[in-house]
Design a binder for this molecule. Sequence first.
Ligand code: SAH
Ligand code: ZN
Ligand code: ZN
Ligand code: ZN
Ligand code: ZN
Length: 538
Amino acid sequence: MAAPREWLGTVEAEGIAGRQGSSGVEVVFPSDPATPAPLCPHGPTLLFVKVNQGKEETRRFYACSACRDRKDCNFFQWEDEKLSGARLAAREAHNQKCQPPLSRTQCVERYVKFIELPLSQRKFCQGCQQLLLPDDWEKHQEHRVVGDISITQLKRPSQLLYPLENKKTNAQYLFADRSCQFLVDLLSTLGFTRVLCVGTPRLHELIRLKASGEKKSNIKSLLLDIDFRYSQFYMEDSFCHYNMFNHHFFDGKAALEVCRTFLQEDKGEGVIMVTDPPFGGLVEPLAVTFKKLIAMWKEGQSQDSSQKELPIFWIFPYFFEFRIRQFFPSFCMLDYQRFHRTFICVDEAMKYGCMLEVDYDNHALYKHGKTGRKQSPVRIFTNIPPNKIILPSEEGYRFCPLCQRYVSLENQHCEHCNSCTSKDGRKWNHCFLCKKCVKPSWIHCSICSHCALPDHSCGGPKDGCFICGELDHKRSTCPKITTSKKVNNTLFFRAVRKQKQRKSNKMKMGTTKGQSMNHTSVTRKKSRRERAHQYLCS
Ligand code: SAH
Ligand code: ZN
Ligand code: ZN
Ligand code: ZN
Ligand code: ZN
């Protein structure tokens, strides 16, 4: 997302109850845009408006749809600003310059050459994150180059590439193998034959591994992702360089057609879209994009199936339930909670000199976390009837016949709410005064006349969310703000990040990594006001 959002604290536009008093930047989708949005290197920009004390300021501006960090894309233009021909030309040149150095076709040609090389000549530059052909070796002499890249490694690019988790623009939280396996099995049980992977490189990888494995599955997969590094590993028909915040295909019409063909094959039968966007992503632009993909799929439908919906799995934290359902009322949130992403364990990396991925489940920090609970906030949102999605009983799920869905054992059916109400894997308790189920740690406070943590300060704003006033979350996890920094700012993520930061500052594992983290901590120290000022005056 664009810089000003990060700096000012974002609130999304449209239909948000109780946003009075909130300040930030909202994205707006004019129903009848007078002019098309100007382009940044990441495709069409989005229109934003600054909101002060719940009131929109009149002057709106365009900023990058994809980049949360100004360092990644500093596009800024007032909506009513007229640019000179020279500035437009300079911008056009800049946009060109920012495109990947190799075209999609060149990447494919290189890949074909690469796999034909004998093992001893297959090298990968870790510094440049690039597969090297013999002609490139000299240029990378001083870099960290690994050799003997096997076909197995080539089939698992997400293990070869560094996750970009320190770069705010595309924070990559890869699925742990077990979670990914669960997903693939689920997709196959549900009978899907094609999976459109939007921002799920590891899922894409596993589906393809299975399709080429011994017990061949027949599932095909197409990956759409903004991480251009993946274009080194896939042919044109299995990867498109794509921005999911503005539905932009970096390689133009040809890539769009790849996606269209994929969605419309077999009259659109057997296809599902699975997406795992960055948490910090604005929900509304994502919803707009997904609706465009749905429309593309619909075009290929025959008349009689006009009622059908494109099946979707949207993987996102549970506290976004309200927002997602605003845009997709037919979606329901599954109770599957052991949906973990791996993170790189720096301890292990130091010991073994390589990047090892660790399942949250098996990791000390995770296990002995503050509360000892399984803390993954990630859930699946879907329009597939939840009674069709069998969650494994050996992992502690049961079927609730009243709700017609599988829920975790702790999630008990509340006869007053007529629903299995827990959202976070703990047993929630019904409060008759609040007329709803609340977290087990809460008690009803007669002064505040609602439930809250026992040690809350009555009437104080500290307990509720600063942004929307709701009491079940803090500002850092408010579904109505959308900067990743805030959303990820739970104790858990903070602990992980701190640990990694400390270690990797010591280790100096890769210059880019270190730099981006230092940058983050420096900018975080600056006051918001200062940053906003700096931004608006530049
Ligand atoms: N759990 C997934 C990865 C999710 S991380 C898996 O294991 O497969 C989020 C993914 O979204 C990353 O791959 C990242 O590169 C991609 N991404 C981030 N911003 C994007 C954007 N604007 N458009 C498309 N993809 C994006
Ligand atoms: Zn941009
Ligand atoms: Zn129930
Ligand atoms: Zn209840
Ligand atoms: Zn109180």
